[in-house]
Design a protein around this ligand. Structure first.
Ligand code: SAM
Length: 351
């Protein structure tokens, strides 16, 4: 037996495990670096010893941590008097430093929270009681803070700039941001069109948070409407209705409400995740999506999908049937100019 080779070599198995183990180590290294505040101390060049002293951490492992961070482009290195010194690269200064306007630390921190569920995957799989239970009134106020931090780092500005080119937007007087959450889109729209009044429609506990953002950005023409878009009136007389990543964005009943609330000639701008061909990342995200229950949300089995949602083709057909003319359907990556996600933006005109 000992001298017999197995029918297949172990190469594939070892490759899979080595690859994921290396990535997992990297994940925990980054988690630790962020939690220690390492990037907050590397605005200027520092030696390994200096940094280890400041953070009160092991100098030998610090040296290797810095080498790893240099390899992945988060810090850079120079040699002074024969000694290596490190400092943040520009992207780390912008996105990883505490206090930066574009800090992504809170959104990244949510990965550190979510990874705990993966450590308990077998319990979650076997027993529903381990699944996190939320309700929409506690869940969304947390979600929108993370989304505000994320979108203001690129997506928000790019989307606003893209929509601002439309004549309908330039002439608009009244805009609804349906499920607008933080309201940063609504706020941004009023900065681009001084004659515009924006209304953020969202759940009562969420609009309390929206109002904080309105105050923070000193927005004058942005107002909130508290309600549930499935059951409540969303108002009317809008020139633009904007929808971004909200659970009603693929739902025909909400599309009908939007149609009724828009003025003739008005635009429905809908940015949503429309799952098409799924990859391994999507399958993993779908597992994570199924790890929690949220009372008040009729979740479907695929991430960011809800019971009653239509796929892109059926949704577009439905909009046409309602009386919309589809002006464009664009992959969000094309607008953002970076590889970002699988969302599409639909621009439809009420004719
Ligand atoms: C994923 S967040 C998107 C927030 C923001 N539009 C953006 O793109 O960053 C979904 C938003 O829809 C809101 N929402 C969910 N269900 C809702 C409902 N039934 N009525 C009103 N708003 C709802 C949430 O409170 C949340 O603000």
């Amino acid at each position: 037996m000992l001298l017999n080779l197995p029918d297949k070599s172990p190469e594939k198995i070892l490759e899979i495990f080595n690859e994921v183990y290396t990535k997992t180590k990297l994940f925990y290294l980054l988690k630790t670096a962020i939690e220690l505040g390492l990037f907050d101390h590397l605005e200027e060049f520092r030696s390994v010893e200096e940094l280890a002293e400041i953070l009160k951490i092991d100098v030998v492992m610090t040296e290797y941590i810095l080498k790893v961070l240099e390899e992945i482009g988060l810090i850079e290195c120079k040699t002074k008097n024969g000694k290596r010194q490190y400092k943040n690269t520009e992207i780390s200064n912008i996105f990883l430093k505490e206090g930066s306007f574009y800090s992504l630390r809170d959104p990244i921190h949510s990965c550190f929270e979510n990874i705990k569920n993966w450590e308990n995957l077998s319990d979650i799989l076997k027993n529903k009681k381990y699944r996190k239970k939320e309700d929409i009134n506690s869940f969304f106020p947390k979600v929108i803070k993370k989304l505000a931090d994320e979108c203001k780092c690129w997506e928000l500005q790019k989307i606003l700039e893209y929509i601002a080119k439309y004549e309908e937007f330039k002439n608009a007087k009244k805009l609804l941001d349906l499920g607008g959450g933080h309201g940063l889109y609504a706020i941004g729209f009023t900065l681009l069109n001084k004659n515009l009044k924006s209304y953020v429609f969202d759940l009562p506990d969420v609009v309390k948070e929206t109002q904080k953002f309105i105050k923070k950005y000193n927005a004058k023409n942005v107002f909130t409407i508290a309600g549930n878009f499935y059951t409540d009136d969303i108002g009317n007389g809008y020139d633009i209705i904007f929808c971004s990543y909200n659970p009603g964005g693929k739902n025909p009943k909400i599309a009908q409400k939007v149609y009724n609330a828009l003025n003739k000639g008005g635009l429905f701008i809908n940015k949503q995740f429309f799952p098409e061909k799924e990859s391994i990342e999507d399958f993993l995200d779908n597992i994570e999506w199924n790890m929690f229950d949220a009372e008040g949300l009729k979740k479907d089995k695929r991430k960011y999908t809800f019971k009653g949602d239509l796929n892109l083709e059926k949704y577009l057909d439905y909009l046409k049937k309602l009386g919309f003319k589809i002006i464009e359907v664009k992959d969000i990556n094309q607008i953002l100019g970076i590889k970002y996600g699988k969302a599409k933006i639909i621009i439809a005109k009420k004719i």
